[in-house]
Design a protein around this ligand. Structure first.
Ligand code: PEP
Length: 268
């Protein structure tokens, strides 16, 4: 079993806010400014990364607001093509031009509502890696899968379908990716996995990566694994105290600047 307190360097925590399809121009400006100013007021901000992920149409406005701030910018979606006849889509090159560094891939809402397949998610994840950006690859089981005892099987399938989509991909993938463990039953429901339930799955993921191929221990030890699912200021500290939880992917609570900043401060 890989020890979380190994000889490898400490993992820097990351708190990411997924704004989903929320906000008006005015509310997004106010939210981005408030988070930017809250980050600037903390002099140890380098101790934990923080990212906001607005809807695509709001990215240019937020990009301007964040100029010069340590607060990073992400995107919720893109199409894995360079350019061309893909009506309605945005490319990674377009997102990069506006300063996006982190890209969500495999969010359960896109798996379920937009029917994104394992193959498409793998293609998208590799497109992000190849573009030199950081994919935040979301994995997680439904309530029914948990009740059937299939949590580990589901997560292993979701991870391996990406790692094995490219020959010799495992080593390269885990050097670049951030994993977000998001039990589907905890997203937007107010139900949170207990710190112990989340830790058990995070440890499973780290061990899976460590043993997927020879000499993967170092990659596994430095891999950041976020927890997502109704994270709030009131439950973040207990989650972050777990040895394999390296931050959070936050939905609802990231739409309120002071609540989101309070979550991030607990990661410092
Ligand atoms: C999410 O959308 O990734 C998420 C975790 O949402 P919430 O925090 O609202 O559960």
């Amino acid at each position: 079993m890989l020890s979380a307190s190994s000889t490898f360097p400490r993992r820097k925590k990351l708190v990411a806010g997924n704004w989903k399809m929320h906000g008006t121009r005015a509310s997004v400006v106010a939210l981005a400014r408030a988070i930017r100013d809250g980050v600037a007021a903390v002099d140890t901000h380098a101790a934990a990364d923080i990212v906001v992920i607005p809807a695509s149409i709001h990215i240019p406005i937020v990009s301007d607001i964040l100029a010069g701030s340590p607060l990073a910018l992400g995107a919720q979606n893109f199409y894995p093509g360079d350019a061309g006849a893909f009506t309605g889509e945005v490319s990674l090159a377009m997102l990069k031009e506006f300063g996006c560094t982190h890209i969500l891939v495999g969010h359960s809402e896109r798996r379920q509502l937009l029917a994104e397949s394992l193959a498409l998610i793998a293609e998208k994840c590799w497109a992000v890696v190849n573009a030199g950006l950081t994919p935040i690859l979301c994995v997680g089981e439904t309530q029914a899968e948990r009740e059937q005892g299939d949590t580990e099987k589901v997560i292993a399938t979701q991870l391996c379908s990406v790692a094995k989509a490219v020959s010799t991909g495992t080593f390269r993938l885990y050097r670049h990716v951030v994993i977000a463990y998001e039990p589907v039953w905890a997203i937007g429901t107010g139900l949170t996995a207990t710190p112990e339930q989340a830790q058990a799955v995070h440890a499973f993921i780290r061990n899976l990566v460590a043993h997927e191929e020879p000499e993967m221990e170092e990659q596994a030890a430095s891999l950041r694994i976020l927890y997502g699912g109704s994270v709030k200021a009131s439950n973040a500290a207990a989650l972050f105290a777990m040895p394999d939880i390296d931050g959070a992917l936050v939905g609802g609570a990231s739409l309120e600047a002071q609540e989101f900043l309070a979550i991030w401060r607990q990661a410092l």
